[in-house]
Design a protein around this ligand. Structure first.
Ligand SMILES: Nc1ncnc2c1ncn2[C@@H]1O[C@H](COP(=O)(O)OP(=O)(O)OP(=O)(O)O)[C@@H](O)[C@H]1O
Length: 239
């Protein structure tokens, strides 16, 4: 059950390969992430960071082993069930933000509530309407200016687009926020500021944050680090 107590993420005996006869990209015997934790994932390019995030988000499932999120065994669910679960419980911040260019800023942020009744309910429990909740979150992320909010999303700076993407992931208070290198196009000062904003918002809702980055200077800000190359030492060498 998604509301059951216990860890938010639990992986056991996971083996994942992209091609049927290809090497195992992920070989993770165990991984547990507690509720409210802020976990930094680091590893060289190609070590499987994005692949792992895809498993946690239920985009893919392992050939062997189990992936549980919020007590729900995603690895045993159908693709449609996993899509539904993701919409309800996971906010995903993509490296390239994936904002919808023909929607306004506020509508981009409201979007998850169009796909999830749960997130709609939670957003409406906090504000009088979905747009009001989107603006509240944008305000917390330093995007409160009404004139700015009327701009097309494509006219925003990279840093502003990134904060819109963060507000969208946070909308409707999903329990798990997954961020895949969301700071790679920012300078060092702004990276730290962005991470701090993300922490503040996760703390406010009790959300767990799993954050992938190549920027080692961000690592000390997090509760702990998963070094994927070490956790995954046996890549390609085990059945
Ligand atoms: N959709 C896919 N189909 C086939 N192979 C893939 C796919 N996605 C990733 N791979 C392969 O899986 C391996 C791990 O890739 P992944 O993107 O997870 O690594 P990463 O650690 O996130 O890398 P980076 O830091 O460069 O983003 C690589 O060898 C990659 O080529």
């Amino acid at each position: 059950m998604p509301d059951a107590p216990g860890p938010i993420v639990q992986l056991e005996g996971v083996r994942f390969r992209w091609r049927r006869k290809g090497p195992n990209i992920l070989t993770l015997d165990g991984l547990v992430v507690g509720r409210g934790e802020r976990v930094f994932i680091e590893g060289p390019s190609g070590s499987g960071k994005s692949t792992l995030l895809g498993l946690l988000a239920g985009v893919t499932v392992p050939q062997t082993g189990t992936v549980q999120v919020l007590g729900e065994r995603l690895s045993a669910r159908s693709g449609a069930e996993r899509d539904h679960f993701r919409a309800d419980h996971i906010g995903y911040i993509f490296q390239q933000f994936n904002l919808i260019p023909y929607l306004g800023i506020v509508d981009n942020v409201v979007l998850p509530c169009r796909f999830s009744a749960k997130r709609r309910e939670r957003a409406l429990a906090r504000s009088k309407g979905l747009r009001a909740e989107a603006k509240r979150l944008l305000g917390h992320l330093d995007l409160a200016e009404p004139a700015l909010l009327r701009e097309p999303v494509t006219s925003l700076s990279v840093g502003q687009q990134q904060r819109v993407a963060a507000a969208r992931a946070l909308m409707g208070a999903p329990e798990l926020i997954i961020a895949d290198e969301p700071t790679s196009s920012l300078d060092a000062d702004r990276r730290r500021a962005f991470v701090q904003l993300l922490f503040d918002e996760c703390k406010a809702t009790g959300a767990t944050l799993i954050f992938v980055s190549h920027d080692a200077s961000l690592e000390p800000l997090f509760d702990r680090t998963l070094r994927l190359a070490e956790a995954n030492q046996a890549v390609g060498s085990r059945p």
